[in-house]
Design a protein around this ligand. Structure first.
Ligand SMILES: CC(C)(COP(=O)(O)OP(=O)(O)OC[C@H]1O[C@@H](n2cnc3c(N)ncnc32)[C@H](O)[C@@H]1OP(=O)(O)O)[C@@H](O)C(=O)NCCC(=O)NCCS
Length: 161
């Protein structure tokens, strides 16, 4: 997308992102609060996780992606969260963030895992279009009445070991 830039998250982005995260219906269903959103991102920042931010000229920090290297089985990268401010969804910002994250983590991991809620059909379509496949499902893992689908994408040929 023209004029979209992706860069590393800075501490000053966190309050801006947390403020719109709590307006995302998905995360409201998971009981996200402003305090929890801020704390999660601050903790990730201090752990040195991969935190990428999308900026539009008139809409700074309108999207983000959080990846954890070796976050899946101590062996593969895990996409912990990805989100776009609701008013900016459907404009390819999420696609750019996902492709950027895949590029960053592929330097150290041959694949990327993520969880998606069974009811989040829009996001499932988004991931399938980007080459992810469902490799499992975890019933009631986060919310008692929701299955978390385990999605996986091979980023480059497996090295073994
Ligand atoms: C999922 C998400 C990151 C996609 O980013 P995006 O910039 O909206 O997506 P793109 O424009 O690159 O791609 C469009 C696709 O994203 C998905 N999408 C669009 N709006 C969405 C929304 N509000 N919620 C979930 N998925 C959405 C659809 O599959 C859409 O494809 P379609 O045109 O066939 O409907 C973003 O919509 C979002 O933050 N959604 C809410 C939070 C969420 O579901 N995060 C993922 C949890 S695993």
């Amino acid at each position: 997308m023209e004029n979209l830039t992706i860069r590393r998250m800075m501490p000053e982005d966190i309050p801006i992102i947390a403020a719109w995260m709590i307006t995302v219906p998905l995360w409201q269903r998971y009981g996200l609060t402003l305090h929890r959103a801020q704390t999660q991102l601050e903790t990730a920042f201090h752990h040195g996780d991969v935190l990428q931010v999308a900026d539009l000229p008139d809409d700074p920090a309108c999207g983000f992606a959080w990846g954890i290297l070796n976050g899946a089985f101590g062996r593969s990268a895990y996409l912990r969260l990805i989100g776009v401010r609701p008013g900016s969804a459907g404009r390819s910002i999420g696609s750019e963030l996902l492709e950027n994250m895949e590029g960053v983590v592929s330097a150290v991991s041959d694949s990327l895992f993520l969880l998606v809620s069974d009811f989040n059909h829009d996001a499932q379509r988004f991931y399938f279009r980007h080459g992810y496949q469902q490799v499992g499902s975890i019933p009631g893992y986060v919310l008692p009445d929701v299955n978390e689908l385990v999605l996986w994408k091979l980023l480059r040929q497996l090295q073994g070991g």
